[in-house]
Design a protein around this ligand. Structure first.
Ligand SMILES: *[C@@H]1O[C@H](CO)[C@@H](O)[C@H](O)[C@H]1NC(C)=O
Ligand SMILES: *[C@@H]1O[C@H](CO)[C@@H](O)[C@H](O)[C@H]1NC(C)=O
Ligand SMILES: *[C@@H]1O[C@H](CO)[C@@H](O)[C@H](O)[C@H]1NC(C)=O
Length: 321
């Protein structure tokens, strides 16, 4: 994942700090949660080799064609969901990854289920822990055991039910595979809410899985005003860059503000596809001053959700993909 050598990075940082002070620090941990764009031209923003991104996922088994030429972006396949039957013999994910590997794809990491504790209306894969364990052991385990691919545990929602789901999953895995259950190498987390809540959630996950590095694979302060949203973005990016047990992160914002289901101000792109301040900072640039507008063409103000600091475990799908 480290696509730039340290001396080069250091000299780039030195250069940018002497030329201008508005550039955010470069990060080798940053990636994109890819969703189908409002316009194909938006893809060019992520595929620019000069940006600060090093990886992406798209909730799917196979890479996004529009990003295939971006050699600085390493693709992380995801097993999004699984058949509901706890005895399903489905191996479609294993088959796809094995075939990509034999065609020379450089797959080093894979992600497990997306919000299996959440329903389809918020982008969750709505899985029983036992059905999830069954499909995991048939698809993920062989990739880890035989191909040395590093595996992320299911990415549950940031709600209390998420941790409970993981405990049940762990128990089903242990019952099915007494040796090592559903062994994994890192734990992805999702968070929609304020920074204090995020830090506390990370602490809880860290206490449960002290040996696993954390990836924050979806996060944003949703439906808040612009200044608050930018403050959250700054504080969390600085936090993730500083913590050595955070290996990677991907902010949920790679879309236009007019298509956002997490509030216009969280988006990387304006309604016209220009980088917002947050979008530009995330890519390693300076503020653009482009103010995002929402679905009705108005600026979005803070909603009651963020005012109350309530976790909204919203995810994908309203941003169509
Ligand atoms: C595979 O990708 C990783 C980055 O994700 C890189 O470090 C490694 O050198 C690549 N391996 C090959 C054989 O290209
Ligand atoms: C997972 O299950 C194993 C075996 O029952 C247990 O030792 C371990 O503490 C569990 N881990 C978590 C995080 O629940
Ligand atoms: C966020 O950080 C940028 C520099 O990277 C700074 O210009 C901006 O004022 C900060 N905003 C807030 C609200 O902290």
């Amino acid at each position: 994942m480290h696509t730039r050598s340290l001396p080069l990075l250091t000299s780039l940082l030195y250069l940018s700090s002497t030329v201008t002070t508005v550039h955010a620090a470069a990060s080798s941990k940053r990636g994109i949660v890819y969703v189908t764009p409002a316009s194909p031209s938006d893809d060019k923003i992520w595929s620019q080799p000069s940006n600060d991104l090093s990886w992406y996922y798209n909730y799917a088994y196979t890479p996004t064609a529009a990003l295939a030429s971006a050699s600085h972006l390493s693709f992380v396949p995801m097993l999004w969901g699984a058949p509901a039957s706890p005895t399903s013999a489905d191996t479609s994910f294993l088959d796809s990854i094995t075939s990509q590997l034999s065609s020379g794809a450089n797959i080093t990491h894979i992600l497990g289920y997306n919000e299996p504790d959440g329903g389809s209306s918020t982008g969750g894969s709505n899985l029983s822990p036992d059905a999830a364990a069954n499909t995991w052991l048939r698809n993920i385990k062989p990739l880890r055991d035989e191909h040395g691919i590093r595996v992320g545990l299911p990415a549950v929602t940031g709600s209390p039910g998420g941790i409970k789901w993981l405990e049940n999953f762990n128990a089903s895995c242990a019952a099915r595979n007494a040796d090592e259950g559903c062994a994994a190498d890192f734990i992805p987390i999702h968070w929609y809410g304020n920074f204090e809540g995020l830090a506390s959630h990370m602490g809880q996950v860290r206490a449960l899985y002290p040996s696993l590095p954390i990836w924050i694979t979806e996060y944003a302060l949703s439906h808040a005003d612009l200044k608050e949203t930018q403050g959250f973005y700054n504080t969390s990016a600085e936090y993730f860059d500083r913590l050595n047990y955070v290996d990677r992160y991907s902010y949920f914002g790679a879309f236009r503000s007019s298509k956002s289901n997490v509030g216009a101000n969280a988006a990387f792109l304006t309604q016209d596809g220009k980088l917002t301040d947050i979008g530009s900072w995330y890519l390693g640039g300076g503020a653009t001053g482009n103010v995002p507008k929402g679905k009705a063409g108005r600026r979005m103000e803070g909603s009651i959700l963020s005012v109350l600091g309530v976790v909204s475990a919203v995810a994908l799908l309203l941003v169509a993909y």
